[in-house]
Structures are given as structure tokens and as C-alpha cells.
Write a protein that binds this ligand. Structure first.
Ligand code: NAD
Length: 350
């Protein structure tokens, strides 16, 4: 199996590459533009493998995408390349529309042309896995879960562009017969997470004895999935999923943001004790504009039809994550010093 992984130098993409190469023995071609979020250090565990190749390109570049498909003749694409941070989409939506919508369109068209040329040679079944988010479904109240049939209702420029790309992917399956599968996953966390996102930001701020900012009153709920569980889910969907289907991915780990932050503080108190408790540095800051209140995934279809289950609970996953950041300063320190130092993003100016 030879798989093109777009966005393979990002947080989830690099976990997918490590899983595919080291656990499944697949050949992987990473296609990545290397934005601020791309980091080759996240691919260090596979960089010397003969199964790994890297191509630095923008997915919006149609001729580069065609050349990559012609060069590698992949059996599948797992499409993760995207602008992924909601706060950045509030301050600058332009690149989100370009990469998430036009980039996905370019890749779908490239794959369509490629599959048409492959069919003449009667190759094995091609698969296009379009990796998306539960944020396309909008916000839940206190009750209920997102299923694969929940209507789309995105709130942020990020989730609106992901919703648009999901619609394109499904249309290319229905109209052109491109064997597309869409996955919608809940919030990921774990090693190699860029420190602009809540969990790594709080760990690193705690380590540096800085304020621990919580948006609004901290009551917003997210459904957390350990990133390696997501990578395994994508492996299962690639191997056993059915074209035209959508699979929701989630680990049944709903937590309020404030409880996530408190749990990190408790681990930091245990692993890096200082004079005062880390809990004392929690502060409440202006809420994110359009902040969805609650996300929660019903992953029954993926569990029942394809036999996937999350291995980590939030309790086991968050301990692993805190320990990983404490032991891997060589990975995050250059990002913290030179790429993003922890300043507030995504406030709308009057
Ligand atoms: P990330 O921001 O860590 O990584 C994105 C990667 O895409 C980076 O390596 C970046 O360099 C690359 N990229 C960006 N624009 C590109 C372009 N034009 N051409 C080629 N490469 C480009 O993101 P992530 O958190 O790993 O998310 C990966 C995918 O999973 C995204 O599609 C995201 O919407 C989806 N997703 C993320 C989460 C989550 O919690 N992080 C949850 C569900 C779904």
C-alpha cells in the first residue's frame, strides 16, 4: 500500500505517518507546504525509513499535485492538509478558504484524473480519505450527540471552510464516482501538538509559571481523542471503510475546558511541584467570538461496522501528554521561541 498523506508534517498527519510506516508497513509520501504548523521534527521517527518520502508543495498547486500522483502512483490519499486553528481563522480567513476549500478541490480533481487513467490499467481500488472535524456540525446544547446524519451548521470561518470541503468531497463521490470516504473527528490531543492549542499551551504556560488562560467561564465542552487513536481510526477506515460513507470518530471523553485545565494543573503539581499550586495561575479571559458551547461524538458506526475502539481514556491520555511535553523540550522550545510564543489570537477588533 502506498499512501499520499497531505499535511503529514502537522500534528495528526505526522501521527498517521508514524502509524502507517512503523505499525502497518505502508509506504508513505508526505505532501506538505510547511506552514507555521508543519514540522519535520515530528517525522523524525520515520525520516530514515525507506518507506518514507517527502514532497514540499502547496495542495493548491494543480500541476505539482498531478506530478506527485504520476511519480508515486498511490493506492490512496489521506487528506489532512489544512489551516486548522479556529482563532487564526477569525483573524485571517483568507488562507483558510484557499487551502481548505480550493486546496481540497484541487486534490479531488487531481485524484479524479488519476483514477480515470488508472482504471484503463485495471489497478486495485483507490481510496480518498477526506479528514474533517466535528465542528462542521455546529454547537450542541446540554443533551445529544453528533451522528453522521446531523445537519451541518458551522460557526467559525475554520469550520465553514471544512464544511465546504466535506461537501466538495461528497459531491465528487456522488457525481464522478471518486471513491471518497469522509471522517469527522472530535478534538485531538497528544504528543507533537503545536502549542497554540489549549492543552499544549496550558502545559507550557504552567511550566513557565505564566497565566493559564481559559476562554469565557470555561464551561465549553469538547470531546477529546488521543491523537494515536485517531491515526488508528484512519488506518481502519482506509482498510475497511466503504466509499460514499461518512464515519464519526470520537472517544466518548467529554470534558469542560476548565476541567481539562484543572487536570493538567494537578499533573503539573505532581510532576513539577513548585511553591504555589499551578491551579492558582488559572485566569478567565474574553471568550472566543462565536464559541461553540458543546461538541460530542457518537462513534457507534465506526465501532460497530469497522470494529475500531479508542484505546486511551482522557485520564490515561492526558498523563501521557503532560509527561511527553516535560520530556521533549527539544521539540517545542524552538516553536515557543521562534514561531508562536503564546500570545492571544482571534479577538475581533471593534
Ligand atoms: P495542523 O495545523 O497541525 O497541520 C496541518 C498541516 O497541513 C501542516 O503540516 C501544514 O504545513 C500543512 N498545510 C497547510 N496548508 C497547506 C497547503 N496549502 N498545502 C500543503 N500542506 C499544507 O493540523 P492538524 O491538527 O494535524 O489537523 C489535520 C487535519 O485534521 C485538518 O484537516 C483538520 O481540519 C483535521 N482535524 C483536526 C482536529 C484536531 O483536533 N486537531 C480534529 C478533527 C479534524
Amino acid at each position: 500500500m502506498r499512501v499520499v498523506v497531505t499535511g503529514g508534517a502537522g500534528f495528526i498527519g505526522s501521527a498517521v505517518c508514524r502509524h502507517f510506516i512503523l505499525d502497518l508497513g505502508y509506504d508513505v509520501v508526505v505532501v506538505d507546504k510547511m506552514t507555521y504548523a508543519g514540522n519535520l521534527a515530528s517525522l523524525a521517527p520515520v525520516a530514515s525509513s525507506s518507506r518514507y518520502a517527502f514532497e514540499r508543495h502547496d495542495i493548491c498547486d494543480a500541476s505539482a499535485m498531478a506530478a506527485i500522483f504520476a511519480k508515486y502512483r498511490p493506492d490512496a490519499v489521506v487528506h489532512l492538509a489544512a489551516e486548522s486553528h479556529v482563532d487564526r481563522s477569525i483573524s485571517g480567513s483568507d488562507v483558510f478558504v484557499k487551502t481548505n476549500v480550493l486546496g481540497t478541490f484541487t486534490l479531488l480533481e487531481t485524484a479524479r484524473t488519476y483514477v480515470a487513467s488508472r482504471r484503463k490499467g485495471a489497478g486495485p481500488d483507490f481510496r480518498f480519505i477526506h479528514v474533517s472535524t466535528d465542528e462542521v456540525y455546529g454547537s450542541l446544547g446540554k443533551e445529544g450527540l453528533f451522528t453522521e446524519t446531523t445537519p451541518y451548521d458551522p460557526s467559525s470561518p475554520y469550520s465553514a471552510t471544512k464544511a465546504a470541503s466535506d461537501h466538495l468531497a461528497k459531491a465528487w463521490q456522488r457525481t464522478y464516482g471518486l471513491p471518497v470516504i469522509v471522517s469527522n473527528c472530535s478534538n485531538n490531543y497528544g504528543p507533537y501538538h503545536f502549542p497554540e492549542k489549549l492543552i499544549p499551551l496550558i502545559i507550557l504556560n504552567a511550566l513557565e509559571r505564566k497565566p493559564l488562560p481559559v476562554y469565557g467561564d470555561g464551561s465549553n465542552v469538547r470531546d477529546w481523542l488521543y491523537v494515536e487513536d485517531h491515526a488508528r481510526a484512519l488506518g481502519v477506515i482506509l482498510a475497511k471503510g466503504h466509499p460514499g460513507e461518512t464515519y464519526n470518530i470520537g472517544g466518548r471523553n467529554e470534558r469542560k475546558n476548565i476541567d481539562v485545565v484543572r487536570q493538567i494543573c494537578s499533573w503539573m503539581d505532581r510532576l513539577r511541584p513548585v511553591n504555589s499550586s499551578h491551579h492558582e495561575h488559572i485566569c478567565f479571559v474574553t471568550d472566543r467570538p462565536g464559541h461553540d458551547h458543546r461538541y460530542a461524538i457518537d462513534a457507534t458506526k465506526l465501532e460497530t461496522d469497522l470494529g475500531w475502539r479508542a484505546h486511551e481514556t482522557f485520564e490515561t491520555g492526558i498523563e501521557k501528554t503532560v509527561r511527553w511535553y516535560l520530556e521533549n523540550a527539544h521539540w517545542w522550545q524552538p516553536l515557543r521561541d521562534g514561531v508562536y510564543g503564546g500570545e492571544r489570537l482571534g479577538l475581533v477588533k471593534a
